[in-house]
Design a protein around this ligand. Structure first.
Ligand code: HEM
Ligand SMILES: CC(C)=CCC/C(C)=C/CC/C(C)=C/COP(=O)(O)OP(=O)(O)O
Length: 300
């Protein structure tokens, strides 16, 4: 009897962790962080409980769209080394359960955002979920190597959602935060795809290195890294970030560009891995600097 209860408890725990994995929690953490920064930097006031609720909605919406993506991409995920142990291809969660889970959470996140925060933030959240699920996952991912350039917009919306939660609108300042992530996404993903291209080729996904080759991909990485530099310092020139951010963003973007150039010149896997790892640190630090500076300015 004891053994049965323990076994059941163990399998229940496994199910909880599988459902958690459907939410792509590590990606979600950075998404929520960018949403938090949008919310803090936006002009105006928001009650802490409402701020927490807005961030919760972003987290739930991001996770839910990740679960729907895993439902739709289960066939691809089963073929790729990197993803074959995910809950659906590994047979630990059924595809229909994942779809139901993702759909219910998506609707709940948008409804809660609309009722508790405002309709603009709710509409932006719905747009973001729709972009990731329909535009990126269902339409572009399997059709064009530009999939992540256009589809990448999904990941760029969260700071705008955070901003809109406070102000109830979309502004040039929040569009700049969108543009930073938009320009960052191609180098972020294409760096990884340079050493994961065999996986994508096996799964028949037309990622850039598969379709156009690694050299073209490296050139595109440099191009977007160059474009990222001026966009990253725009918050300083628009006046909602100070000198610390201006200097920090310049140094970080310069380093980003150097690593991108290293990928282009050396053509080895190590530099691609380095750029991918730095891309995550870069986005975190850029937004953390904006946040830190803003909080300090509020206090003094
Ligand atoms: C279309 C846009 C994007 C694509 C195609 C993409 C793709 C990927 C891929 C394939 C990985 C590797 C995951 C793994 O190793 O299993 C990854 C990792 C990651 N991405 Fe992105 N990404 C995109 C946008 C974003 C955005 C907008 C964010 C956050 C703001 C983000 C944050 C992360 C994080 C935090 C990781 C590391 C996760 C881990 O350690 O497992 N990504 N991304
Ligand atoms: C608020 C909200 C709804 C935010 C969601 C937006 C979001 C997290 C977009 C990021 C897109 C992303 C992680 C793509 C991964 O590509 P993939 O799905 O092809 O990667 P995979 O091969 O690892 O599945």
């Amino acid at each position: 009897m004891k053994e049965t209860i323990e076994t059941r408890a163990h399998s229940d725990l496994a199910r909880v962790s599988d459902y958690f994995a459907l939410l792509k929690p590590r990606v979600m953490s950075l998404v929520v962080f960018t949403g938090l920064v949008g919310l803090v930097v936006a002009p105006g006031e928001i009650h802490p409980v409402l701020a927490f609720t807005a961030l919760l909605c972003i987290a739930i919406g991001a996770g839910a769209s990740g679960a729907i993506n895993m439902w739709y991409d289960a066939d691809i995920d089963a073929v790729m080394e990197r993803t074959k142990e995910r809950p659906i291809p590994a047979g630990r969660v059924s595809a229909s359960e994942a779809l139901a889970f993702g759909t219910v959470l998506s609707v709940a996140s948008v409804v809660l955002m609309g009722l508790a925060i405002n309709y603009v933030a709710a509409a932006l959240l719905a747009l973001t979920i729709g972009f990731y699920v329909f535009i990126y996952s269902m339409w572009l991912k399997r059709r064009t190597p530009q999939n992540i350039v256009i589809g990448g917009a999904a990941g760029a919306f969260p700071p705008m959602i955070g901003w809109a939660a406070v102000t109830g609108d979309v502004s040039a300042e929040s569009l700049v935060l969108f543009a930073i992530i938009f320009m960052w996404t191609p180098p972020h993903f294409w760096a990884l795809s340079l050493w994961r291209d065999i996986d994508y080729a096996k799964a028949g996904v037309p990622m850039l290195p598969v379709v156009a080759g690694r050299d073209v991909t490296r050139r595109q990485i440099v191009l977007y890294s160059v474009l990222l530099c001026p966009v990253a310092v725009m918050p300083y020139f628009l006046g909602y970030a100070g000198a610390v951010y201006g200097i920090g963003a310049t140094l970080l973007s310069g380093l980003f560009l150097l690593l991108a150039l290293k990928v282009w010149r050396s053509k080895d896997e190590e530099s691609a891995k380095q750029l991918f790892a730095f891309s995550l640190l870069y986005l975190f630090l850029i937004f953390a600097t904006l946040l830190g500076e803003n909080l300090i300015r509020t206090v003094i």
